[in-house]
Design a protein around this ligand. Structure first.
Ligand SMILES: [Zn+2]
Length: 87
């Protein structure tokens, strides 16, 4: 769990790319693997169909078209080493 860069609510950016409270897109924590992001088991036995389904589901949540009208701060990703305001 991390804190939302916009409203400081607790978020799990690995399982959900958007904050549940304010809907802001969250940066992924460093070191998170592709399998975790897609919600797939880390295995060679992942089928192409499961991979495509997981990829399409995740990409639909973070596609740039969903944020075309977002304010400038919301549309850009915070720097990985930056601290939230007030720290
Ligand atoms: Zn938030």
């Amino acid at each position: 769990m991390t804190l939302c860069w916009k409203c400081n609510a607790e978020v799990d950016a690995v399982t959900s790319p958007r904050c549940a409270a304010c809907k802001a897109l969250q940066p992924l924590p460093l070191g998170v693997g592709h399998f975790a992001v897609l919600g797939l088991p880390q295995s060679f036995a992942v089928t192409t169909e499961a991979l495509e389904t997981a990829f399409r589901a995740r990409s639909s949540q973070v596609h740039p078209d969903r944020f075309a009208r977002a304010e400038a701060k919301r549309a850009t990703r915070p720097k990985p080493c930056s601290f939230p305001p007030g720290m």
